[in-house]
Design a protein around this ligand. Sequence first.
Ligand code: LRH
Length: 490
Amino acid sequence: TRELLAAAVDLGASSGRVVLGRVGPDRLDAEVVHRFANDPSRRDGHLRWDLAALEAGMLDGLAAAVARGRSAGGVTSAGVDTWAVDYGLLDPGGRLLADPVHYRDERTAGLRERLRPVIGDEEWYGVTGLQFLPFNTAYQLVAEEPELLARAEHLLMVPDLLVQRLTGAVAAERTNASTTQLYDVRAGRWSAQLIDALGLPRRLFPEVVDPGSAAGVLLPAVRERTGDDGRLTVHRVGSHDTASAVLAVPAEGERFAYISCGTWSLVGVELDAPVLTADSLAADFTNETGVDGTVRYLRNVTGMWLLEESRRQWRREGDAPELGELLAAAAAQPARRSVIDADDPSLAAPGDVPGRIRELCRRTGQEVPATPAAVVRCIVDSLALAHAETLADAVRLSGREVDVVHVVGGGALNALLMQATADACGLPVLAGPAEATALGNLLAQARAAGVVGGREHARELLRRTQRLVRYEPRDTASWRPLTAGVPVAG
Ligand code: LRH
């Protein structure tokens, strides 16, 4: 039988990994061969990603994958996925003009309101179907330094930038282009109308290409650095990490919801066509493009960011409990003592998240969590509630009925959060795989190689090969009153 040996480069907001995958008609094995930190920092007035460091991590990882794969027949394919929305600008020689600015930078503050008279909400939503996240690419471009825009020949999203470093190819992978708020979701191309309305140069936006297409072989210098002998081809995958994650949801049929639970919790359903109704706009649901042109109908919930950033704060304060320890201590705390709006804007920027959570509890007249364990309990309960409310909205707005909630991503390993989510949703949760983004990345490559068939086949393969944990809803009734009465900050 045919098998594919492929590398998935998968970058998250706080770390990156390169996974060596072996995919065949009856197997899907993935091994992390390299992990590296992703440490954005403030430079030249903005919070920025360090692209050179990410590129170095990617190259080290590819070298490790190539070395490891040599005895097994050789790595013949690679793909790159990262978070969405962020981009870099290239000069006509293909050089990066500045490190990409992080979506959590404050440069887009207030832009949604300022741009309303230029492009109305209905018009914008009608074309793109995209939720109005404060950091959408369109807002970032309006906030961009005019001098850089004038010098730029092309804009590339972060995964496309990394593919350009590997192959020299310049193109916009479709799933990630759909997160820019400049992409026409029904026509399946850049919206010249929106680009012109914002006064952006049309030349910036390269050809849109599909997951599964070949980007090219490695540049000579990259070949040398990674040890590839010329056999490896870089393929486009669902380069938006969430597109890759949802491809790797091990669902059967269509009566399912998913939560891609990492730094963000992306909560929704998979549809064939976008929902562009006034109710959907009012609920700020998004219609992102998936692999195969599916629609990810979802809303962003502030996910494990709250836990990640709290732990960074505790480390800064010199008190750094292990994650396992923290969760065990949180499990021993009384449930739902204090529940906050996880999506409160005050929690979005890096900094003292535990302090801000305490402030929200104080403002809403709830018990103020005094210890890290109590803060973590508050985070878990608040996320479970946000999961349930968003899921109910997704079902109501799309008309899609669901029997099960699939949770993929690192959060699937958090048993406390999974049980609370099952309880709050009143539905069984099927948790796993945790490495869904990397697996979805590999599966898109396996399809390009003809080793895996359609989406159904990919998911069936996942069900056969991945270990899933089932959480039955237990303590559902006590969530109901809270759902109606959760104190809204303000
Ligand atoms: C998750 C994610 C999400 C986007 C956000 C910027 O990693 O890609 O889908 O909304 O990051």
